[in-house]
Write a protein that binds this ligand. Structure first.
Ligand SMILES: NC(=O)c1ccc[n+]([C@@H]2O[C@H](COP(=O)([O-])OP(=O)(O)OC[C@H]3O[C@@H](n4cnc5c(N)ncnc54)[C@H](O)[C@@H]3O)[C@@H](O)[C@H]2O)c1
Length: 334
């Protein structure tokens, strides 16, 4: 069965670029999910990403207890594109989302940020995380980072018997908007830290720096994937020397079965659908339910409780946490 509720693939009338909007499910409520703007070898690769990421958003919303389903927008840039058609492409995405009449709303993702959401907002109201002056809740990465820290505490409690981050070592892979914040929060908590990014200009002062390959295989308590997805594969899992993994990067496993490889190696993998939900939890609380900031942040902190539940269910049933998360998400579907 084709699992998606609706998928629009079109050549953007203003930009001429491939615009893809995938609505995976509205069973729990209107679909939500970010707008990715990236270069792909072929538009079909962008379609694959939209299908995969929108399905993951359904799981993310269900596990976070949000009254929403999953969706995703992908704007396919030609390989090597500098993006002169950026505004036109964002307008095309907005026009396409507007046609869905509220069945789906978008927000920032890889390659887009709050200012881009303001541009999409020139074509549709169904957009999150515009800058505050444009009526939105702004950058989602602080909340995503806060949720990641809550998840790391829960993971450490489960795996090492204490939520105290200062007693553990971490390798943060990717120092973008979320990863740099997570690294700073870990450093502030007194954790032992190694960091990496393909972009040397992201190198912070006074923190151990290594190249991305070495970071992935670092001998640490916890690996924190904060770059792009797909880094955990049958080829990379045997090279890992960490004892647990939790990070904000979406879709870290190249395929579902890789979760079993991690499990067999005794590496506890915290499902990214749980860990990375802080941004969307915060944005929906503030923008849709108009909750005060403290209430919204308390919801983000609850990611630690959700992850603890997933890890304990997995341990009880002797299954990988990924499988436990899938079961819990299915049980949360109407
Ligand atoms: N921003 C959010 O609120 C949010 C919410 C949920 C999930 N996520 C996910 O978290 C991840 C990071 O998001 P972001 O907003 O910080 O993105 P970003 O684009 O700001 O940062 C990504 C960073 O990763 C680096 N990078 C790319 N490939 C790399 C590689 N192979 N090795 C090492 N570093 C590499 C980039 O140079 C960049 O610094 C993404 O997977 C995103 O989908 C982000």
């Amino acid at each position: 069965m084709f699992p998606h509720q609706r998928v629009i693939v079109r050549r953007g009338p203003e930009s001429g670029l491939p615009i893809i909007v995938a609505v995976h499910s509205t069973a729990r409520g209107p679909a939500i999910g970010g707008c990715r703007m990236a270069a792909y070898p072929d538009w079909r690769d962008g379609l694959d990403d939209a299908l995969r990421l929108s399905a993951a958003m359904t799981t993310k919303c269900a596990l976070a207890g949000l009254p929403h389903g999953g969706g995703k927008t992908v704007i396919v840039l030609p390989p090597g594109a500098a993006g002169p058609a950026r505004t036109a492409a964002l307008h095309d995405a907005g026009t396409t989302i507007e046609e869905l009449a509220g069945a789906y709303a978008t927000g920032p993702d890889v390659g887009t940020g709050p200012d881009d959401m303001a541009v999409i907002g020139e074509r549709t109201e169904h957009v999150f995380c515009r800058p505050a002056e444009a009526g939105g809740s702004g950058d989602s990465s602080p909340a995503t980072a806060a949720g990641t820290i809550a998840a790391l505490r829960a993971l450490c409690e489960f795996r090492f018997g204490s939520p105290d981050l200062s007693r553990r070592s971490f390798a943060v892979l990717g120092l973008g908007r979320v990863g740099a914040r997570v690294a700073r929060l870990l450093a502030d908590a007194g954790a032992e830290l190694t960091v990496s990014d393909i972009d040397d200009s992201k190198r912070p002062e006074n923190v151990a720096w290594t190249d991305p390959g070495k970071c992935l295989a670092a001998e640490v308590d916890v690996l924190v994937p904060a770059a792009l997805g797909g880094l955990l594969t049958p080829r990379t899992v045997p090279t890992l020397r960490c004892r647990a993994i939790a990070g904000p990067a979406n879709n870290q496993l190249d395929r579902e079965s890789t979760a079993a490889l991690l499990h067999d190696r005794g590496i506890v993998w915290a499902p990214d659908a749980v860990v990375s939900a802080g941004g969307i939890i915060h944005a929906t609380a503030v923008e849709l339910r108009h909750e005060p900031p403290a209430r919204a942040m308390a919801r983000v902190e609850a990611i630690g409780d959700t992850l603890g539940r997933v890890l304990r269910a997995a341990a009880t049933d002797g299954i990988p946490p990924a499988e436990a998360a899938t079961r819990l998400a299915r049980a949360a579907m109407p």
